[in-house]
Design a protein around this ligand. Structure first.
Ligand SMILES: N[C@@H](CCC(=O)N[C@@H](CS)C(=O)NCC(=O)O)C(=O)O
Length: 285
C-alpha cells in the first residue's frame, strides 16, 4: 500500500488494501467532543498521485464509523470515480452519562448531528461541530481537495447531511441522503432527541430540521434523496413529502426518488450508492 496514513493528529486502528486504494480505521482526540472519536476513510487509488474530491457519510441510529464502509459497497465505485470517502461515528462513546444507554434511538449511537444545549449532554454531545472538525482534519492530513467536499447520510445521518449541507453551502458543494429523517421536529425520534438535547423551546429545533431550514431560507446545491417505499419507518418517522413540499415552495432543487419495494436497511443503500456517488462526483468535478 503506497499511501498508508500516519500522523500525530490521529492513531491508526487498521488499514487494508481495497480496490487499489486503502480502507482505514482511525481514532483521534476531538476538541469539539472533548473525547476520543473513531472515524474511517477510504482513499481511492487516485489519492496516491494527488488530491481528490471527498464525500462524508453520516450514518443512522445504532451505527458506528464502520457500518457504511462494511455494508454499503461504496469502495468499488469510489475507486472508479476517484472519490475519497469518510465516515464518522454517530455519538460520543468514551464516557457514560445517565440514561445514555437506555434506548437505541437516544444517547449512544444517536447523537443526531447537533450541538446539545441541555445537561448532561451539552459538554460532549456536539456532533454538529464535530462533523466540521473532522472535515478540517481530513483536509489537513489526507490527500483531499478542500474546495470539492460532499456530504451524504442515511436516516438520522440523512437528517445530518441535509441540515449540515443546508447550513454550510460553502463547505459542502454536494449533498444527498438515503431515507432521511426529513422533518425531525414532527416525528417521535426527533421529538425525543431534540427535547432532551435542545430543551422544550421548539424554536431552537428549527436549526436542526431540514424542512424548517428550507422554509427559513437556507439553500444548497441540487439535492438527491432516495426513499424506499417499503421502509418500516417511512410513515411515522421520515416525512420526505414535507421536505419535498418545502423545497418546491422555496425553489430549492431536489430530486426525491421513491423506490418501490425497498426497506430502510443497507441493502437499499447498496442498491443506490452508485447513483449517489455519481451525483457527488458530477457536482465536485
Ligand atoms: N435497532 C433498531 C433498528 C435501527 C436501525 O434500523 N438503524 C438503521 C439506521 S436508522 C441502520 O442502518 N442500522 C444498521 C444496519 O442496518 O446495519 C431496531 O431494532 O429496530
Amino acid at each position: 500500500m503506497a499511501f498508508l496514513s500516519t500522523s500525530e493528529a490521529f492513531t491508526t486502528r487498521s488499514q487494508h488494501a481495497c480496490f487499489g486504494g486503502v480502507q482505514g480505521f482511525y481514532m483521534h482526540d476531538s476538541s469539539a467532543i472533548g473525547l476520543p472519536m473513531r472515524f474511517s476513510v477510504y482513499q481511492p487509488p487516485q489519492a496516491a498521485h494527488g488530491s481528490v474530491p471527498v464525500v462524508f457519510f453520516l450514518a443512522g441510529l445504532t451505527c458506528t464509523d464502520e457500518t457504511f464502509m462494511v455494508k454499503a459497497g461504496a469502495q468499488r465505485i469510489a475507486a472508479e470515480l476517484g472519490l475519497m470517502l469518510v465516515a464518522c461515528d454517530t455519538s460520543p462513546r468514551d464516557i457514560e452519562l445517565p440514561g445514555d444507554r437506555d434506548y437505541w434511538d437516544f444517547g449512544v449511537g444517536a447523537g443526531f448531528y447537533l450541538d446539545a444545549t441541555e445537561q448532561p449532554w451539552a459538554k460532549h454531545y456536539r456532533m454538529g461541530s464535530y462533523v466540521l472538525e473532522l472535515r478540517e482534519l481530513v483536509l489537513k492530513h489526507f490527500s483531499a481537495q478542500a474546495e470539492h467536499v460532499g456530504i451524504m447520510g442515511h436516516s438520522m445521518g440523512g437528517h445530518g447531511a441535509l441540515t449540515i449541507g443546508l447550513k454550510n453551502p460553502a463547505l459542502f458543494q454536494s449533498v444527498s441522503a438515503f431515507a432521511p429523517i426529513a422533518a425531525p421536529s414532527d416525528c417521535p425520534w426527533g421529538e425525543k432527541a431534540f427535547s432532551h438535547y435542545l430543551g422544550d423551546d421548539r424554536s431552537s429545533w428549527r436549526a436542526y430540521d431540514a424542512t424548517a431550514l428550507v422554509e427559513d431560507g437556507q439553500r444548497t446545491t441540487a439535492l438527491l434523496v432516495d426513499q424506499g417505499l417499503d421502509d418500516q419507518f417511512l410513515i411515522n418517522q421520515l416525512h420526505p413529502a414535507r421536505f419535498e413540499a418545502a423545497c418546491l415552495a422555496a425553489g430549492q432543487p431536489l430530486t426525491l426518488r421513491r423506490q418501490s419495494g425497498y426497506d430502510h436497511g443497507y441493502y437499499f443503500i447498496s442498491s443506490f450508492i452508485a447513483d449517489h456517488l455519481h451525483h457527488h462526483a458530477q457536482l465536485l468535478r
